[in-house]
Design a protein around this ligand. Sequence first.
Ligand code: AHR
Length: 495
Amino acid sequence: MPVDRHLFGSFLEHMGRAVYHGIYEPDSPLSDHDGFRTDVIALVKELGTSIVRYPGGNFVSGYRWEDGIGAKASRPIRFDEAWKSSESNQFGTDEFLAWCAKTGVEPMLAVNLGTRGPMDAAHLVEYCNGPADSPYGKLRAENGHPEPYRVTYWCLGNEMDGPWQIGHKTAHAYGLLARDAARAMRAVDSHIILIASGSSTFTMSTFGSWEKTVLAECSEVIDGISMHGYWGNFDGDEEAFLQSWREMDRFITRMEEILRDEGRGKKLFISFDEWNVNYHERMRSASAEAWKEWYHTSSCFEEFQRKFAPCISEARRELFGKSAPPLIEDTYTMEDAVVVGSLLCTLLSHAATVKIACIAQLVNVIAPIRTSFANAWRQTLYYPFSQASAFGDGDAYRLSFSNPAIVGVMMVCGSMHTLFLVNTSLKEDTELVVENALAVDHQLMCSDADATDTEAAPFAVVPRTVRDIRQEEGFTVPLPHLSWNVVRFTSRTSR
Ligand code: AHR
């Protein structure tokens, strides 16, 4: 089955400098007349992002979407409870949808099921998709958009299983709420695709039971279920960190079983709509120990919060209540790019069930793209993503290797075969022999584990094309330690 292009999605939250100073900066000379950073749009296009989830994340669970529409001068400034920041609402639904159209990405909107409910969600669907003579469609038309946006993808809340979530609910309460919201939203537009909130991490003690209960209440009105996962080297154990993909693989495999057993005969898809490496800033903060514990036992949230509260107030005192402060702006390394590459291979090898996946986030906040007022640049993990998106067409085939350090997946599109291969070993180089095939090219990214791309040295780590593939009856590809590789070939008979 061909890989769904939505597997190359991303995520943009009203958090830190993702929206403001990330994609939207009206006073920048780099911005267009809508205030959108054109350099960032160019990088997002090159990244090959297909779908972008918005506006959160934890932010959405306290968000009033009506604050972000209409004349900018009359939009209220609010305190965002999720990130303890000031929200100016200068960027909202219309701006996001205009940005998506300019960038050529599909929007995926999340509705607030934390502090709000089915009626507000249905009104937002009507604002986006209703005819111009419907009450909220009329409001949209008055705001300058007579044509419906036809937003197809909708998330029913965010991480509703997490005790940290504003308006966190029990599985039963959420299942009923998701069901009612889905019905109300579908009554406005029957074409929308709805994704219920699944488990926030693999380590949630409720993983499995949450899904069973939620699906019992709402499987007939939803199309997919979400999963989230962030990985990091919290223990200073590089070898274990480099094997993070195995946990993602187990997480998805278990979710596939749950969907098979609990989907009531309906084929539901997985939307892995937040995934990435996320730990550098956390490990540098005063709350590093708490984050480490959280990473391993995210189910003990109360305990985590008890320990974390004094640290967070310490760490965030400077930033509390500020507008778009810098939050979790991880600077990524070559090692992180290797982990991201192997997570991408894992997602692709589950393409039969994973139809949407969003690297989280897109700009500045744990992101492949970073900005300053003067520049935008690609981080190391930008490249595995952009190459997977560029060359990841066709059918995906799961591969397994006798060498446990190698992770990979094969894409077949007509006569073109593309291997995405990651050597996760810290020291051992190896090679791949492909028989009875004609090599097209080998693109390789490798460097020291801690090498980074920064504003000062934006092209320090980039992929390069390797030209010396031996080409006889087949070919041999070097797979250096800590490397991301794209190997393309055709079968000998197809030329
Ligand atoms: O991406 C940052 C946060 O991580 C999101 O707001 C939340 O959904 C997740 O816990």
